[in-house]
Design a protein around this ligand. Structure first.
Ligand code: SF4
Length: 355
């Protein structure tokens, strides 16, 4: 049977709700992103996800609460100590609270608090405790921090942290200073602690093979994740991986689609995320975005600019304006999604372009 016929056949089965295997995922990741098969893949995942998630979208904000030249020294990262020019800074608690309120006003259901690989645990735990008392109750606090032990995870859970983002990244231990086993062990501890585990296939570059992508995606198929998805790598000038460039939105959508079909049978996975937030991803099986700012202030401010705000989001990597909750709602509405939802998949508010 030709490859085209085989792909058409397995996508027909996937459209009926059959989860794809790792070998099938690899086949789907091997086709050209501009082929008819890739278009059929994205369209199939779109159909499956809209049915699975009730045509609802999820917004989870992100706030970088501290930054410094990072010992993790990842070859793709803006903060890696070998090539960053970043100055160490900590976001004041009042500013974190203000940003959380703007995220909540924009319909976000949670916010990721991001630190470097090494961070002050007590400081972070106390920040989370303060936030839990200060921000809207429905806005979940989600940790995106370095490797931590089980007792620390339980402390975070006890002060109100609902979940944690942690990834055993593509080429972990090769493009980073952290062994893959260490990252995986932290993920297993997050699950053991009772917190929700948030996962992605990342940081995806043009050099990653179909086999590598399928292998990395599959940890989130084998272990229970609350969220899976895909994130492209932004080329950081001066970083060792800069020359590789970045993948297209069509390729990102193709990978999102494979993640959506690979997790189609997983009840605990209640959303599929794509980063950078984009409409192609929404037509490829994704239904979750990570806005970089909440409801916009009157003036546009650039991150890490002398007159701009402190702290960081992924807008810093793009050297661009931050994508707001309003931008995300507009994209979801344009893609025909009907409602925003909470992290369990329940509808929260209707979407329309002017919401
Ligand atoms: S990806 Fe994380 S661990 Fe690696 S250098 Fe950047 S902040 Fe540090």
């Amino acid at each position: 049977m030709s490859v085209e016929k085989r792909i058409e056949g397995l996508l027909r089965e996937a459209a009926c709700g059959h989860a794809i295997t790792k070998a099938e995922a690899q086949t789907l990741l091997s086709v050209s992103e501009n082929s008819l098969e890739a278009a059929l893949l994205r369209s199939t995942a779109d159909q499956v996800s809209r049915r699975r998630f009730g045509n609802r979208g999820l917004l989870l904000g992100q706030i970088g609460v501290d930054m410094e030249p990072c010992d993790g020294d990842c070859a793709f990262c803006f903060f890696a100590k070998s090539h960053t020019s970043i100055r160490a800074s900590v976001l004041p608690t009042e500013e974190v609270i203000a940003r959380c309120e703007r995220f909540a006003a924009g319909g976000a259901q949670g916010v990721f608090l991001m630190t470097m690989h090494r961070f002050g645990f007590e400081w972070f735990r106390d920040l989370c405790a303060t936030l839990r008392r200060s921000i809207p109750a429905r806005l979940e606090i989600l940790a995106n921090v370095g490797d931590v032990d089980l007792s620390q995870l339980r402390e975070l859970r006890d002060v109100g942290v609902a979940g944690a983002y942690h990834v055993c990244r593509l080429r972990e231990g090769v493009d980073s200073c952290m062994p893959a086993a260490q990252r995986r062990a932290t993920i297993e501890r997050i699950i053991e602690s009772g917190m929700a585990w948030y996962n992605l296939c990342e940081p995806i570059g043009p050099e990653h093979t179909a086999e590598e992508l399928a292998e990395q995606i599959w940890l989130g198929v084998e272990l229970p994740c609350r969220q899976h998805g895909a994130m492209q790598r932004f080329p950081v000038p001066g970083s060792p991986l800069y020359a590789h460039g970045q993948i297209s939105l069509a390729r990102l959508g193709q990978i999102v689609a494979v993640v959506a079909l690979a997790t189609a049978h997983k009840k605990e996975t209640t959303s599929i995320a794509v980063n950078v937030s984009n409409v192609v991803g929404l037509f490829s099986g994704a239904n979750a975005f990570f806005p970089e700012a909440g409801e916009p202030l009157a003036e546009i401010r650039r991150p890490n600019h002398p007159d701009g705000p402190e702290g960081f989001t992924t807008a810093l990597w793009r050297q661009s304006n931050e994508i707001t909750t309003a931008d995300c709602r507009t994209m979801l509405a344009a893609a025909g999604f009907s409602h925003l939802m909470d992290t369990q998949g329940h509808p929260t508010r209707p979407l329309n372009a002017n919401a």
